[in-house]
Design a protein around this ligand. Structure first.
Ligand SMILES: [Zn+2]
Ligand SMILES: [Zn+2]
Length: 455
């Protein structure tokens, strides 16, 4: 069950919703947008592995299409509806780098900001930056894989060499080479299991890059004071509560990331990559010295959104959520005329403009006039219905719409009077239910809906 973080009473406030390893689940993206509205988030942060992942030969094309037709459109719409919320995201090791230009295009258009190796101002006090690369693993893609530290370098070079052999080997050699590869990996301390698709894996596109994760993090730390910076690093720190995987609880995190945290003591680090770590350890948080590190885990394949919600000014209080509830839909309330012609246009307009799935419709003949008090009708029963709608636990956006329309039989006044009454009604409702946002809508002679007031 999801609970709102209402108890934070801070003067300064910057609410962040952090999630990771969504792997292209549209349901999870939608849940993320909803939760950010419910929590009045200032920023949404997504720590990598953002595109679909499944076994197919043309995964590059699948991901390209997803960015073009889904991801960009979703964030464009979200930005339009919520211009004050900033989205920060980056690729993870399961997102093909070759499609980066499409993401850069979305960033240029202002739909989101890209994190990998970049520093952004979160507000005038804090910065945020990111890092996508992970240490060597027996996974399908090698795009975002790098040697971890100088110490592990020689060994992981050997590992890579063995992997290369594996990919091009003849069938009878495979078993032997797999064993050798595994042995090298386990010597690195990362994992003792091999995935069946390893042998069809792809080699990195940037093998001539000589830097290590250690080097990259050092240069990132120079760009922004770690004490005032949130580091979003896809790989979790090695040998912690945050980097364990099935089936044997191996640690797959990065040694360089761990050393970086111990050395620089950043204010906060956000991770992912080890989807099941939270499930295994029961911990989404690890405190190393003064640094809080987070990995909310991922259950994207079960349609669950794992996220952590916190106020940057109060890191002691963090809310770790698993979201199934919002999948059931988000509601708003509308006070509308009973006229059959205005129901669908109003519902459609609200759904399109306010990320809502369902509109609780409370109707009366000439509702705007009734609420404005023009016909001295008692509005007690209307208020009772409003409260029933608002009390939907955690699923209501806390927005009430008041609509009036042209050619109204229940309230036969001219258009200008209607609009005046809608404003009066909105004002009155704001006084009666001050915590809700009230929005006045006008439906024209062509059944076009427009917003005329907001309280
Ligand atoms: Zn992932
Ligand atoms: Zn990952």
């Amino acid at each position: 069950m999801y609970e709102k973080m209402t108890q934070i009473i801070n003067k300064k406030k910057h609410v962040i919703i952090y999630t990771v390893d969504i792997h292209g689940s549209e349901k999870l993206y939608k849940a993320l947008f909803k939760i950010s509205l419910l929590e009045n988030a200032n920023s949404i942060v997504i720590g990598g592995d953002i595109l679909p992942k499944y076994s197919t030969d043309d995964l590059i094309e699948v991901q390209k299409k997803f960015i073009r037709t889904k991801l960009i459109q979703m964030f464009k719409k979200f930005k339009k509806e919520n211009p004050s919320v900033t989205v920060y995201l980056m690729m993870g090791n399961d997102d093909f780098k070759v499609n980066m230009t499409l993401l850069e295009d979305g960033a240029r258009k202002g739909y989101f900001k890209l994190l990998d190796m970049k520093v952004h101002k979160l507000n005038n006090q804090f910065n945020i930056c990111g890092y996508s690369h992970v240490p060597p693993l027996p996974f399908l893609m090698k795009d975002w894989q790098k040697h971890d530290t100088k110490k592990t370098r020689g060994l992981s070079d050997e590992c890579d060499e063995k992997f290369r052999e594996l990919i091009i080997c003849k069938d009878e050699q495979r078993k032997k080479l797999e064993k050798e590869y595994l042995l090298l990996l386990s010597e690195l301390g990362y994992t003792r299991h091999i995935h069946h698709y390893t042998v069809e894996g792809l080699l990195s596109a940037e093998k001539n890059d000589e830097t290590t994760i250690e080097d990259n993090l050092k240069s990132l730390a120079k760009k922004s004071n770690p004490k005032k910076t949130i580091f979003v690093i896809h790989a979790p720190p090695w040998n912690t509560n945050l980097d364990m995987v099935y089936p044997d609880g191996s640690h797959i995190g990065s040694k360089a990331v761990r050393e970086f945290i111990e050395r620089e003591q950043p204010m906060l680090t956000l991770h992912g990559h080890a989807h099941e770590s939270y499930e295994i350890t029961g911990q989404f948080k690890e405190v190393v010295g003064k640094t809080v590190s987070i990995n909310p885990g991922s259950e994207y394949n079960k349609d669950k959104l794992n996220a952590v919600i916190f106020d940057v000014y109060n890191l002691k209080c963090m809310n770790n959520i698993k979201l199934e509830d919002t999948m059931k839909g988000i509601f708003t309330t509308c006070l509308n005329c009973m006229d059959g012609r205005v129901q669908l246009p109003v519902i459609q307009w609200i759904k399109e403009n306010y990320s809502t799935d369902y509109v609780d419709m409370i109707t009366d003949a000439g509702m705007d006039g009734v609420l404005a008090g023009e016909n001295h009708k008692d509005i007690k029963s209307i208020l009772k219905k409003i409260d029933i709608s608002l009390k939907r636990p955690n699923l209501h956006l806390n927005i009430i719409f008041v609509a009036g329309h042209h050619d109204c039989l229940g309230n036969p006044v001219d258009d200008e009077t209607h609009k005046r009454q809608i404003s009066i009604a909105a004002e009155k409702l704001k006084n009666l239910r001050p915590s809700a946002q009230i929005i006045g809508l006008w439906v024209s002679d062509e059944w076009k809906v427009e917003k005329i007031t907001e309280k």
